[in-house]
Design a protein around this ligand. Structure first.
Ligand code: FNR
Length: 383
C-alpha cells in the first residue's frame, strides 16, 4: 500500500482501481474543459500571507454550516453515480462524513437511495434535488427526504440543460456499464471493484427507479432524464420548491451577483457558488474567482458556500478567507472512495483537515471565523 499524503495520491489509486468509464466520468469537465482547469489553477494564483510569532496553540477548524456544527467547514458535495466508483459508495461516503463530523449530501442521481443511506447512518444528511417537471415526483422526493430525517435540501439550479463531456460519450457511460469487449477487458483488471459490485444488494438509481413514472429499471433512465429536467425553471418555481419542502434550502450553482440577490429573495438559507466542478458552462469563471463579488453582494444577508476546484486544505483556507462560510469537495472525496472505499473518504477528509489546520497556523489564525482577505495576497484583477 503506497503512503498517502495528499489528494493526488488518492487520485492515482482511484484511476488504478476503478473502471475507466467511471474514473473518466469523475475526472472530466465539459467541452474544452477550460473552466474545469481554471477551477484549480486559479486557486494557485491566490498567495498566502505568512505571519510569525503569533500564539498558534489551541487552533480549531470547527464551525457551523446552516446552523449545524461541523468539524471543519467542508461538506461532501452531491455526486451522481458515486455508487459506481465503489460498491455502496454513497453509504460508505455518508458513514465517513458522519464519523468525521462533516455534512454529507446525497445526489438525486445516486446509486444508493435516500432510504439506503438513512438506514446506515444516524445523523441527518442533506439531500440534493434537480428541479424536474413532475411536481408529484418532486413532492414524493421531499416526503422521502423528510422521512429519512434529512436536515436540508440542496437545490441544484445549474443543470436544466446538460453540458457535454466528450469522454462520457466516447466511453458509452452507463450504469450499470454496457458490456462491450473494451469495457469487459477494462473491468477484468479491476478485481476488487468487480467483486464489490457483484455483492452489492442495492438497486441502481434507488431514488428514481421504481419511483418515477415509467422507470422500472435503469435501462429506461436515459430516456427519462432527457425528458424530466425542466428547461423552463425560473425563480418562481424555485420559491415553490422551497415552500414544498418547508425546511432549510441551499441553492447550488449560483455564479452571478444578481442571481445571488434573487436567491435571497426566494428565501434560500444558503447559496453555493459553484460551476458544477466545470461540468456545465465551459467558459464560466472559476468558482474561486466568482466568489468575492458574490460575497460582497449578499454575504452579510445569506450564508455563502463555495465549491469547484478544492483539492487541499490550503484551497479551503483561501475560499474561507474570501468570505465563504463553508466549502464542498466533490472529486477530492470521490478519489478517496474509488481508491479505498470508506477508508479512502476518511483519508481525504483527514488530509484536507491536516492541511487546513497547519496552514491556519502558518498564516497566524486560530479560528476559521477569523480568516479574511487580509490572509491573502490577491493579484490585481482577480476579483
Ligand atoms: C458532480 N456534481 C453534481 N452536482 C449536483 O448537484 N448533483 C449531482 O448529481 C452531481 N454529480 C456530479 C458527478 C461528478 C462525477 C462530479 C465530479 C460532480 C457537482 C458537485 O456537486 C460539485 O459541484 C463539484 O464536484 C465540485 O467540484 P470539485 O470539488 O469536484 O472540483
Amino acid at each position: 500500500m503506497p503512503v498517502i499524503t495528499c489528494i493526488d495520491d488518492l487520485k492515482r489509486l482511484h484511476k488504478r482501481r476503478t473502471p475507466k468509464m467511471f474514473y473518466d466520468y469523475a475526472e472530466s469537465g465539459s467541452y474544452t474543459e477550460q473552466t474545469f482547469r481554471e477551477n484549480t489553477s486559479d486557486f494557485a494564483q491566490l498567495r498566502l500571507r505568512q505571519k510569525v510569532a503569533v500564539d498558534m496553540s489551541g487552533r480549531s477548524t470547527t464551525s457551523t454550516m446552516i446552523g449545524e456544527k461541523v468539524a471543519m467547514p467542508v461538506a461532501l458535495a452531491p455526486v451522481g453515480l458515486t455508487g459506481m466508483q465503489h460498491a455502496d459508495g454513497e453509504i460508505l461516503a455518508a458513514k465517513a462524513a458522519e464519523k468525521f463530523g462533516v455534512p454529507f449530501t446525497l445526489s438525486t442521481m445516486s446509486i444508493c437511495s435516500i432510504e439506503d443511506v438513512a438506514e446506515h447512518t444516524t445523523k441527518p444528511f442533506w439531500f440534493q434535488v434537480y428541479t424536474l417537471k413532475d411536481d408529484d415526483f418532486m413532492r414524493r422526493l421531499f416526503e422521502r427526504a423528510r422521512a429519512a430525517n434529512c436536515s436540508a435540501i440542496v437545490i441544484t439550479v445549474d443543470l436544466q440543460i446538460m453540458g457535454q463531456r466528450h469522454k462520457d460519450l466516447k466511453n458509452g457511460l452507463s450504469a450499470p456499464p454496457k458490456l462491450t469487449p473494451a469495457s469487459i477487458a477494462n473491468m477484468m483488471t479491476k478485481v476488487q471493484w468487480g467483486l464489490g459490485m457483484l455483492q452489492t444488494k442495492r438497486r441502481f438509481f434507488g431514488n428514481i427507479v421504481g419511483h418515477a413514472k415509467g422507470v422500472s429499471d435503469p435501462s429506461s433512465l436515459s430516456s427519462w432524464t432527457a425528458e424530466a429536467f425542466d428547461e423552463s425553471l425560473d425563480w418562481g418555481r424555485i420559491a415553490k420548491f422551497k415552500e414544498m419542502w418547508g425546511g432549510k434550502v441551499i441553492l447550488k450553482g449560483v455564479m452571478d451577483a444578481e442571481d445571488a440577490k434573487n436567491a435571497l429573495s426566494v428565501g434560500a438559507d444558503a447559496i453555493v457558488v459553484s460551476n458544477h466542478g466545470g461540468r456545465q458552462l465551459d467558459g464560466a469563471l472559476s468558482s474561486i474567482r466568482a466568489l468575492p463579488s458574490i460575497v460582497d453582494a449578499v454575504g452579510d444577508k445569506i450564508e455563502v458556500h463555495m465549491d469547484s476546484g478544492i483539492r487541499s486544505g490550503q484551497d479551503v483556507l483561501k475560499a474561507l478567507s474570501l468570505g465563504a462560510k463553508g466549502t464542498y469537495i466533490g472529486r477530492a472525496f470521490v478519489n478517496g472512495l474509488g481508491a479505498m472505499g470508506e477508508a479512502g473518504v476518511t483519508k481525504s477528509l483527514e488530509v484536507i483537515h491536516k492541511e487546513l489546520i497547519t496552514t491556519m497556523g502558518l498564516v497566524g489564525e486560530r479560528r476559521v471565523a477569523d480568516l479574511d482577505r487580509s490572509n491573502l495576497l490577491i493579484p490585481k484583477g482577480f476579483e
